[in-house]
Design a protein around this ligand. Structure first.
Ligand code: ADP
Length: 488
């Protein structure tokens, strides 16, 4: 299958280098395509800039813009199975997980359609009798959306839906490894009747196509999800252009098992928080702090759970962990575990690249549980983005908070405790944009999401999610019949 890319409302051969989409479970080829070239970037942006200004979009009432998003949401739900299967081919997630992501993309489109229909301007309290003021929300213009490979369609929809709802046009550059779902999304928007030019999808290298896109003078906002070093670079680009960013970056999220936690629930939750998606999630709960009195019991339970999780072909029902995105990425994860060994860490389970059967054919890695490392070691401090959990005991709350916050990231945290007063007190002290208490990795599109510290800037989701793609214009309406009086 040779794929075309979607530029300015047309399907065409990309004008960049050839690229290949592979199935991470066995390395087989999903599709071959030509990446977008610099001419495609230029054309997509010119079309986007014309399209958001055109009456066909600009003059559409919000509830009419919302119609497109409602239709996309319906199309996604109708094709859930087909899209989930494609998602699994694209990045290797187990089918059940892929279904969840696809369904969440339908929910996101519906939510931002509703947000678009009901977004109000503001009527500030009046401070004068001779004029009144109004404040209305307007689009920014052309949005550059850049997405990673770990949650295709969900992360794309999280940017495309609110940006379109806000009256903008979007040029989307998906990750090199996962072009399929982003191109499928373009197909769905086309079928839903989105006017041409409002969405282009440009697969290609970040350093070439992504870079040209964000630097383009017509791009008025960068919405990025990915690694912190790329995010930092994009923040510099945005600073030079004086444009806004939404940056959703890395994490090394602490999860805490308090002395009073229900250990069955807590250990299953912790295992889900790190090992689902094979740990390839910015919010993965990858540092575990356990109250010393429960430490041995928690570790024994976790080891049992980790050994029972099924690693396997993502199209096989009942599999918990599919392959990692690529061999190169898997080798990077394995290198961290080697480093843990060299630094004196004990590997309670996992930690060996599978070399037999179907697992030898893909980039698989088993659930891995490490203990005995100092908190300042690389494995405790750096984002690994794989199924690797590092555990540490703690004795008291002040020590715990100090350790949990001792990291450059601040994306998420988890607390397991039977006492909500304790949990809420702890939650208040943690430097994290999201804190889950007695649950983990649950999401609601109506709840803002984003990071503290080096985990990012700005918030996605929630009613503010659409305002992130808009700017406010204030209007002053004079009420006086007399000429303006000069003040003495
Ligand atoms: P990861 O999530 O693998 O750590 P990155 O942060 O490098 O990866 O990638 C996330 C997205 O950012 C991808 O779509 C990638 O192509 C893109 N990207 C990488 N470098 C740049 C860049 N200089 N400019 C724009 N986009 C980039």
């Amino acid at each position: 299958m040779t794929l075309k890319i979607f530029v300015a409302g047309e399907w065409r051969e990309g004008r960049g280098d050839p690229m290949v989409s592979r199935f991470p479970a066995d390395g087989s080829i999903n599709a071959e395509l030509n990446a977008a070239g610099l001419d495609d970037v230029e054309e997509a942006i010119a079309a986007a800039d014309a399209a958001w200004r055109a009456p066909a979009w600009r003059d559409r009432m919000p509830h009419e813009r919302a119609e497109v998003l409602y239709r996309v949401s319906d199309l996604i739900r109708e094709r859930l199975d087909e899209l989930a299967a494609l998602q699994t081919r694209d990045n290797g997630k187990p089918l059940a997980e892929a279904r969840g992501l696809v369904a969440s993309a339908a929910g996101t489109a519906r939510y931002f359609a509703a947000a678009c229909e009901t977004l109000e301007g503001e009527l500030p309290t009046q401070r004068n009798v001779d004029f009144m003021t109004l404040s209305q929300y307007e689009p920014l213009g052309v949005i550059a959306a850049i997405t990673p490979w770990n949650s295709p369609i969900a992360s794309e929809m999280q940017k495309v839906a609110p940006a379109l709802a806000g009256g903008n046009a979007v040029v989307l550059k998906p990750a090199e490894a996962t072009p399929l779902m982003a191109l499928k999304l373009a197909e769905l928007f086309e079928e839903a009747g989105l006017p041409k030019g409002l969405l282009s999808v440009l697969p290609g290298r970040g350093s070439v196509i992504g870079e040209a896109l964000v630097r383009h003078p017509k791009v008025r906002k960068i919405s990025f999800t990915g690694g912190t070093s790329t995010g930092r670079h994009l923040a510099h680009v945005a600073a030079d252009k004086l444009i806004g960013t939404s940056l959703e970056l890395g994490g090394k999220s602490p999860t805490i098992i308090c002395e009073d936690a229900d250990l069955e629930q807590a250990t299953k939750g912790v295992a889900y928080g790190i090992f689902s998606s094979a740990g390839q999630a910015c919010i993965a709960g990858s540092r575990l702090f356990i109250h010393r009195r429960r430490y041995d019991e928690v570790m024994a339970r976790l080891e049992t759970i980790a050994r029972e999780l099924r690693v396997g072909h993502p199209e096989t029902p009942g599999v918990h962990l599919g392959p990692l995105i690529s061999e190169a990425h898997r080798d990077g994860v394995a290198a961290y575990v080697e480093r843990a060994r060299e630094e004196g860490g004990r590997i309670r389970c996992g930690g060996v690249i599978p070399s037999e059967g179907e697992l030898a054919a893909g980039s698989f890695y088993p659930p891995t549980l490490i203990e005995g490392l100092p908190h300042d070691s690389a494995v405790c401090q750096e984002e690994i983005f794989g199924p690797v959990l590092v555990a540490l005991p703690y004795d008291d709350e002040d020590e715990l908070v100090g350790l949990a916050n001792d990291n450059v990231y601040g994306l998420a945290a988890g607390i397991w405790s039977a006492d909500y007063r304790r949990a809420l007190r702890l939650a208040g002290r943690l430097e994290a944009g999201t804190v889950w208490i007695n649950t983990y990795k649950k999401f609601s599109i109506s709840t803002p999401f984003g990071g503290y510290k080096e985990s990012g800037l700005g918030r996605e989701k929630g009613r503010q999610g659409i305002q992130a793609y808009m700017q406010q214009k204030s209007l002053y309406l004079g009420l006086d019949h007399e000429p303006i009086a000069w003040s003495d």
